[in-house]
Design a protein around this ligand. Structure first.
Ligand code: HEC
Length: 121
């Protein structure tokens, strides 16, 4: 009897997984172009530290980013990345404009995360 329940549980987990798997695949750069790949590398180096889940215990953590961050407006993304906000450092002296452009291009490839993640705050 118990065995059945366990197997049922495992089955439900498996059913819940595919969307996550698809997201991870996309985020790992399966089908990104050169510019987006560059953006992903820069993001992994300079942004991940504040913008991915495990850091959400830190007061400096940023929201999970996606193509819809800041209303999906690329100009606003460039502005925030360049100049920062009161809680986020700006990167205009750290990156060339083309690098910031690449990061924005990469952000535009990240699907909107599932709702619970963004309402965690
Ligand atoms: C020191 C931690 C830190 C780093 C490093 C950092 N951010 Fe942020 N970021 C934040 C915080 C905190 C916010 C929320 C800003 C606020 O509420 O004022 C934010 C907000 C943002 C937003 C706006 C999101 C929204 O929906 O409001 C974007 C876009 C963004 N960051 C992109 C980046 C990019 C791209 C990088 C790397 C080049 C980066 N961040 C590096 C902490 C960081």
């Amino acid at each position: 009897m118990r065995g059945v329940a366990v197997r049922l549980g495992a089955c439900m987990i498996a059913l819940a997984l595919p969307p996550q798997g698809a997201w991870a695949q996309q985020a790992s750069g399966a089908s990104l172009n050169e510019q987006q790949l560059l953006g992903m590398r820069l993001f992994n180096q300079s942004c991940r530290v504040c913008h991915t889940k495990p850091q959400m215990t830190s007061p400096l953590y940023g929201p999970e980013l996606s193509q819809n961050s800041l209303g999906g407006q690329e100009a606003v993304m460039r502005e925030v990345i360049s100049n920062g906000t009161p809680r986020m450092p700006g990167f205009k002296y750290h990156f060339e404009p083309a690098q910031i452009e690449a990061i924005v291009a990469y952000l535009k490839t990240i699907p909107t995360p599932p709702a619970p993640a963004s309402s965690a705050r």
